[in-house]
Design a protein around this ligand. Structure first.
Ligand code: SF4
Length: 394
């Protein structure tokens, strides 16, 4: 195989970094779909045009999500990619696989698809790129019989994702993997059968370092935090200074709320002003640790720029306990948020956009969360206030 000359794609192999072109070329040696994918991609670069089209609904019986239809607009020229559907596998929380599990996934994929994978897609799923409509049912049967379920797509709950959490990270304030798994199991129906106005994403990070970038791209972000004072080991602070760290410029001056001070010997923190950003703790792991009362901040409303502009999350619940027995409280809150959004949103309107239209008040009333200062996203820009009748009654 490998019948195409690809002078433009070859440029993308130059340099010291890995190249997706190299990987497609490897697959193209034995796989006709990958070979034609290479040919079509080269043509796209030559002509500055895309040759993928949407068209038709594809999926597997009993599921509305998980397979994204993709067709070439040049099927005669590149028959190997006439159908090139994407198949999403629900990834394990924290992306933990055994080698045997990865081999199993790849062996099945080699039988039915292009051999190309994307580990992982931006939603979090393990993405398999390129298969035919006829192959979908047998592919699904093989994966599901081995315990690999489909992920979400379309106007559905998208596959929840999380950081590695307590499995590997000493900064995790919450069991991010446990919460993610609980959410995934709880919302199975919503994940597999699209019934929402648009997509709904849940992401869980163990701390404000936010390794899954929840705050920027999830309708519901659960981010670990703490109450109380940052614990300081002044002896370890001294060791950092003796080791050459410039504590003033690297730590104190970088604190976004300006609540730290250093007198050349000890660090002091005005914890009331601390926004729990994690900067100082992440830089001085041995000297600083979070407060002992751990939980999460729940934020809502972020999204990427598709349809209208991007949004960043804002706070809904400043602090919620997240021990195992509290997982149900999180799912109940999530259900209430989704119900309000589902009842009020126009088609293809994300939660954040709906809040921008309606304001935070109706969401707070619908989900039964009290107004709190942390929910204020920015200072008011106008002097008018519209009172509700119930405000006068109170
Ligand atoms: Fe400052 Fe962030 Fe450290 Fe809080 S966690 S003291 S805001 S650097």
């Amino acid at each position: 195989m490998a019948k195409y000359d690809t002078p433009m794609l070859d440029e993308l192999e130059k340099g010291p970094w890995p190249s997706f072109v190299t990987e497609i070329k490897k697959a193209a040696k034995t796989n006709k779909m990958s070979d034609d994918e290479l040919g079509q991609l080269e043509k796209s670069f030559q002509t500055k045009r895309g040759y993928w089209k949407h068209g038709g609904i594809v999926g597997v019986l009993g599921y509305g999500s998980g397979v994204i239809g993709r067709y070439s607009s040049l099927p005669e020229e590149f028959p190997g990619v006439a159908h090139f559907h994407t198949y999403r596998i629900n990834q394990p929380s924290g992306f933990f696989y055994t080698s045997a599990a990865l081999k199993e996934i790849c062996d099945i994929w080699d039988k039915y698809g292009s051999g190309l994978t994307n580990m992982h897609g931006s939603t979090g799923d393990l993405v398999l790129l390129g298969t035919t409509t006829e192959a979908l049912e047998p592919l699904f049967a093989e994966y599901s019989s081995r315990g690999w379920d489909l992920g979400g797509s379309g106007s559905a709950m998208r596959t929840p994702s999380c950081c590695v959490g307590m499995a590997r990270c000493e900064w995790a304030n919450i069991d991010a993997m446990g919460i993610c798994n609980h959410m995934t199991q709880h919302f199975q129906d919503e994940l597999h059968r699209p019934a929402f106005p648009y997509k709904f994403k849940i992401k869980v990070s163990g701390c404000a370092c936010d390794c899954v970038a929840a705050i920027a791209r999830a309708d519901l972000s659960i981010i670990g935090t703490w109450k109380g004072n940052i614990r300081i080991d002044q002896a370890e602070v001294k060791k950092y200074a003796d080791g050459g760290m410039d504590i003033q410029s690297e730590i104190i001056d970088m604190c976004p709320t300006d609540c730290m001070s250093y007198d050349g010997g000890e660090i002091k923190i005005n914890d009331v002003q601390c926004s729990r950003c994690m900067h100082c703790i992440a830089k001085m792991t041995k000297a600083l640790r979070q407060g002992e009362e751990k939980g999460a901040t729940v934020l809502v409303g972020s999204k990427a720029p598709i349809v209208v502009g991007s949004l960043i999350s804002w706070v809904l619940v400043p602090f919620i306990k997240c021990d195992d027995e509290d997982f149900e409280k999180l799912t109940e809150l999530t259900e209430n948020i989704i119900e309000w959004w589902d009842d009020n949103a126009k088609p293809r309107e994300r939660l954040g956009e709906l809040i921008e239209v309606k304001g935070m008040r109706p969401l707070l009333e619908a989900v039964g969360v009290d107004p709190q200062p942390q929910q204020v996203r920015e200072p008011r820009k106008d002097p008018f206030f519209f009172w509700a009748d119930s405000d006068f009654e109170k």
